[in-house]
Design a protein around this ligand. Sequence first.
Ligand SMILES: NC(=O)c1ccc[n+]([C@@H]2O[C@H](COP(=O)([O-])OP(=O)(O)OC[C@H]3O[C@@H](n4cnc5c(N)ncnc54)[C@H](OP(=O)(O)O)[C@@H]3O)[C@@H](O)[C@H]2O)c1
Length: 210
Amino acid sequence: MDIAVLGTGRVGSALGIRWAQKGHRVFYGVRDPQSEEFQSLLDRSGPNAAVMSVQDAAAAGQAVLLAIPWDVTREVLDSLGPLNDKILIDCINPLTGNLKGLQLGFATSAAEQIAQWAPTATVVKAFNTVSDATMVNPWYRDQPATMFYCGDDEAAKAVIRQLTEDLELEPVDAGPLVNARQLEPLAALYVYLAIFGGWGGDCAFKIVKR
Ligand SMILES: NC(=O)c1ccc[n+]([C@@H]2O[C@H](COP(=O)([O-])OP(=O)(O)OC[C@H]3O[C@@H](n4cnc5c(N)ncnc54)[C@H](OP(=O)(O)O)[C@@H]3O)[C@@H](O)[C@H]2O)c1
C-alpha cells in the first residue's frame, strides 16, 4: 500500500521504517525535503521509501499517517490538497504541555476534530496507545502488545487492522470513532505510567481473555 507518513519523529520513523521494510511504499512528508538529515532514515527504510514535502506525500498516499504534534494538526491539514478517498490515520494524543492531562475530551476528541477538519477523508484512530518503542518491537516475552483502533468506516478499519498485523501488533477493534474519547485518555494513562510512574516506554497494554 502507498502510505504517507507526515512527520519523521519518534512515531513517524518507527512506523515508516517497519512498513517500508514490510513492502509498503512509504512517502515521508517533511518540512525541508532537501535536508541531508533524512538520509539515515531513508537508509534504515530501504528502497521502498522517499522523502518529499508534506503536501506531496499526502497526495501520494492512499493512507496518510499524522505523526505530528496536536498543536500543528489543523494548520497541517489545511495545507494539504484534497484528501478524498484517503484513510487518515490519527495517532495523535492532545496532551497538555506538562503531559499530565488532555486538552480536550468528554464532548469530543482529537480524532473527531480531525474528522471535522478533513471531512472528505476517512479517519481512523490508531497507534495512539502504544509507545514508539513498542511500535519498533511489539513483543513482550511471547506476546504482542495490543493496539486499539476505532473508526466509522469498516473498510478503512480493515486496512488499519492489516497494517497493524504487518507490524506484529495485536489489533483490537474499539468501535466507532466517538470511542476515541476513550482511547485518548487511555493513552494519557500510558504516558503517566511511562513518564511519571517509572515504567518507561518499554511497556504496553495487553488485553487478555479467558
Ligand atoms: N512518542 C510516542 O511514543 C507516541 C505514541 C503514540 C502517539 N504519539 C503521538 O504521535 C504524534 C507524534 O509524536 P512523536 O513522539 O513522534 O513526536 P516528535 O518525535 O516530536 O516528532 C514530531 C514530528 O512532527 C513534525 N512536525 C512538527 N510540526 C510540524 C509542522 N508544522 N509541519 C510538518 N511537520 C511538523 C516534526 O518535524 P520537525 O523535525 O521538522 O520539527 C517531527 O518530525 C504526537 O501527536 C503524539 O501525541 C506519540
